[in-house]
Design a protein around this ligand. Sequence first.
Ligand code: ADP
Ligand code: MG
Length: 617
Amino acid sequence: LPKPKLSLKPTLHKSHNSTNVPSLLPATPKPQNDLPFSQTFHSLTSLKPYILSQHKPILLGWLCSIVSVYSLSKTVPKIGKFSTFIENLDPITLKNEGLAVGVLVLARLVAVYWQQAFLWDAALNAVYRVRAAVFEKVLERDLEFFEGYGGVLSGDIAYRITAEASDIADTVFALLNTTVPSALQLLAMAAQMLAISPLLSLISAVVIPCMALIIIRLGGKLRNISNKAHLSIAALSAYLNEVLPAILFVKANNAELCEYARFRKLAHDDLSAHLEKKKMKALIPQIVQIMYFGVLFMLCAGSLVFSSSSFDSGGMASFLTALIFLIEPIQGVGKAYNELKQGEPAIERLFELTRFKPMIKEKLDAVDLDQVTGEVKFCDVSFKYGDNMAYVLNGLNLHIKAGETVAVVGPSGGGKTTLVKLLLRLYDPLSGCILIDNHNIQSVKITSLRRHVGLVSQDITLFSGTVAENIGYRDLSAKINMEMVEDAARTANADEFIRNLPDGYKTNIGPRGSSLSGGQKQRLAIARALYQNSSILILDEATSALDSRSELLVRQAVQRLMENHTVLVIAHRLETILMAKRVFRLDAGKLEEVTRSSILGGQHMAWGSSFDCHCKQ
Ligand code: ADP
Ligand code: MG
């Protein structure tokens, strides 16, 4: 990689397009309209059911707003009276009225506090439900969705569900806090103004809508800027999600400086986008202020020009007070509108995750296979990942008898893992079918299918949590059977090293099992597959990354599990291959059976083997 030139001070307004920082990663995640099945829709309609579910706190909050507006409209006329009292210097009335105003103001403060507390309660609870619903949908999405973007997507999804969902809470609160409370206050204050001076009210009625229009205009601009800011922070988050887990690789390649430069570029893009947004947000209230003075000026002019019958100074004070509290909700509506414009992209991106047509569908009359013997047939299976892609599997046939161990070898990228994905129904074949105990897997309940197939995959997946939780992963939501966990660990040759861990089976193994060695992770993964107690086990290059001592332990484990499972081993280690009864070579999308001697001799010899296939659904 060329060494990037770095300036140590972040400079504003510098174009970063000409930077010579190498860009191996896509700089930004795919923009939203590139995501599959994206649709345009109204963001608020999507939020509606979640907001409505919070009707109780919302009603309580609005009830408080009635109290607050009521005390406000009682206060306004008293303000006008005050100036008359001061002129007449009547200490007793002054004291009584002062006390009354004090009580009213206090009542309003308390009511406003509870109004906001209830409405935040509603907004945050609504967003909590949105998050949960979105994540539930994300979990349902086909593997294709996650694999299609080379992993960049997962950082982007994480960002949408965390930070962007938080932004939505602000939007929802602003909406709730302005709709009814603002309308109430607006009406109450307009009534006050009208009672004091219909003429000045008329002038206000002309000027104020113009003001609102300008605010709406600015809101539209803010929406675009906000969208840019969202994308830039999503890109930054996606980048961090990719590079931090790969820190070992980064260090080993002396790539810290290069990564630092890439980070700086993304962070700077984010800076620019956010700066623009903050400036816009700072500008809007100033414009509102100018307009506010404009209104005052118009009123003064109006009262001078038309002051015939006119009103006393007390009336003027009341009128202006009412005007201030009339403009307050208008400002609030403007702010809420901006908040909505800012929140819209976040809402759209969040709900976009939930809009999809599943590729892998379960039939209504799908059968629940209670027990299977473990016979597997691939019948003339063809598959490719996309319309414009080459066939990965092309008329593939394979028959694994119940309890048999079969090995599949072949060049990397030959489609071995694809075979596994098809058997687990993570993808469906384009043509042909896969049978388990002569049931087409497309007419079997997906959960039941996956229960019968245990997988030890190429890249081992362990989660932070205890050893027991990782082995008993299948029962994580129920109760983990410790006896079965220990049994599985013993069969997988893992019991000994687990007992030597600080807390034995209760040891927390860290994120992705980071505190374990490769061989230990491998054996934990095997123990987990055994705990599942499925009849069919797949070991997808499970022994590929092991040293010879670890491999011996793993091989013993595999040997044991071969005794009472149907096993499909995908391997390129000779020792592992030789444990299998029959060996197949996957090449050019087809399988050929190979003899043992031919493996050792490096050549292969095919012979035909035929079996019955009935792809009926
Ligand atoms: P193997 O496990 O034998 O190394 P794979 O089954 O993983 O091979 O991959 C077979 C071929 O399919 C490769 O050319 C690979 O690039 C391609 N492939 C795998 N997964 C995807 C995917 N999600 N999208 C597109 N192509 C893929
Ligand atoms: Mg593979």
